[in-house]
Every structure is written in C-alpha cells, then in structure tokens.
Write a protein of this length. Structure first.
Length: 257
C-alpha cells in the first residue's frame, strides 16, 4: 500500500504543475511603467539694481514725403488708399481735365493769332523796303524803323504765345498725380470730386528705406547717459530688441528716476 502511494505522488505533482502553468498564462499582463518627464527648473532672481526711466517714443519711417498736385482743380479719381504699396510712376489720382484742355486750345489759338500778326508785320516791312528801293526817299526812315520794330514785337509775341502753350500743356500733364518713388501710402487726405489747391497735401508716403525710433529724453537726463544705443529696425522684432537693449542700458547705468 505504501508502495502504491509513492507511485501516484509524481503523477499528482505533475497535474498540479500543469494547473499552475495554465493559471499563470491566464493572468493579465502587468501595466506599463509610466515615464517620469523631466522638469527644467528656473531660479527666480532679483532684477539688477538701478531704476528704469521710461521715455515715450515713436517708430516712424526714416524717409517720408508728402505728395500733392502742382495745379489746382477738381479731383475726379483717387486710385490708392492707406496701406497700399506703390511703384514709381504709378498713377495715384486724376483731376478733371476739361478746363485744362480748353486752356490748351486757347493757347494754341493764341499762337496762331501771333503767327498771323507776325506775317502781316513782315509783309508791311517788305513792302516799305521794296518801295524805298524802287524810289529812294519815298518812305521815311522813321516809317522803316517803326515797321521793323513792329516785326520784332510780333516775333516776341509768337515766342510768348508758344511759352503759354507749353505751360498749358504742362498743366494738363500735371492733372495726373504719379508716385515719385516706391513706397507705402501712410495717410490719404483727399476724396474724389473735391476741389484742391496747388500744393495741398493729398498723400503721405513712406519710402522703403527702413524705420527709426524717435525718443524724447528730458534735458536733465541727457548728461547721465555717456552714450545712446544705436539699432537698425527692420521688423517688429527688431523694435522689441531695440527697446529691450535700451532698457538694459538704463539698468546697467543705474539711472535714478
């Protein structure tokens, strides 16, 4: 009987081991290990000694210009607005040209009349000279001199009339306002169908040559600064960098205010 018990023990242990193995296979896998993210520490320190004096300033274009018509008249068309980029020679505005065209026609008529008058005076002078040549003394010297003076005056009148015509033509050309350079329209002071005077400011235009910062510093504070920082402004970031550098400058020199 004892011998039979020892023979069955290995079988019992085998069955128990198999059951334990199957139980282990059915257990859920262990949860994943959570990663601990690294944290960067920052030590907060007291600001540098010295007080900061704040001055108001303006960021503005290094080069700007006001644009206006060189003639007076009624504006019929405005082609640009604030913020528009413009190119040199681009049309910005136009005037009503009817009056200016009439002035050109009137000047042309004046040149024509002056030429006709000159032709008449020359004919008179040629006739006097011909008579005096055929019959010396038939025409007085005073009459010849007066006739020559009339021709000279008529020549000057033609020249004056031609100058008036050129001025009228130039004024007609000036009814078109063009951009004198590449830039950006900063302000606009005109609307269509508005009467404007010669030289009246219509647009403020900034050239594409960079920006500058104008800061007002009291006279009593200027002596405290051995130098003023210089920066080239190319964007909003550059403006921030400039102002930050200026703040550092004031701190480093411990300016009281």
């Amino acid at each position: 009987m004892q011998f039979q018990f020892f023979r069955t023990c290995p079988m019992i242990f085998s069955v128990i081991g198999l059951l334990l193995a199957l139980s282990a296979c059915r257990e859920a896998p262990p949860p994943p290990i959570e990663r601990i993210r690294a944290i960067k520490t920052v030590t907060v320190e007291e600001r540098a000694s010295g007080r900061i004096r704040k001055f108001s300033g303006v960021v503005e274009a290094a080069d700007s210009s006001s644009i206006s018509f060189e003639v007076a008249g009624n504006v019929r068309e405005v082609r640009v607005d604030v913020g528009d980029k413009i190119k040199k020679g681009q049309v910005l505005a136009r005037m009503d040209t009817r009056t200016f065209k009439l002035n050109v026609k009137g000047a042309e008529a004046g040149v024509g009349r002056a030429k006709v008058e000159l032709a008449d005076k020359r004919n008179d002078l040629d006739r006097f000279q011909r008579i005096n040549k055929q019959d010396p003394g038939a025409v007085s010297q005073a009459a010849l001199d007066n006739s020559q003076a009339a021709v000279d005056g008529a020549i000057k009148n033609v020249q004056f009339s031609k100058s008036q015509l050129k001025l009228a033509q130039r004024d007609l050309e000036k009814t078109v306002l063009r951009a004198p350079f590449d830039g950006v329209v900063a302000t606009r002071h005109i609307d269509p169908f508005t009467e404007v005077a010669r030289g009246q400011r219509l647009f403020d235009v900034y050239e594409n040559t960079g920006m500058e910062v104008a800061i007002s510093i009291p006279e009593d504070a200027i002596d405290k600064y051995p130098s003023i920082p210089v920066a080239t402004l190319t964007s909003d970031g550059a403006v921030d960098a400039f102002l930050g550098a200026y703040e550092w400058f004031l701190q480093s020199h411990e300016v009281d205010g």
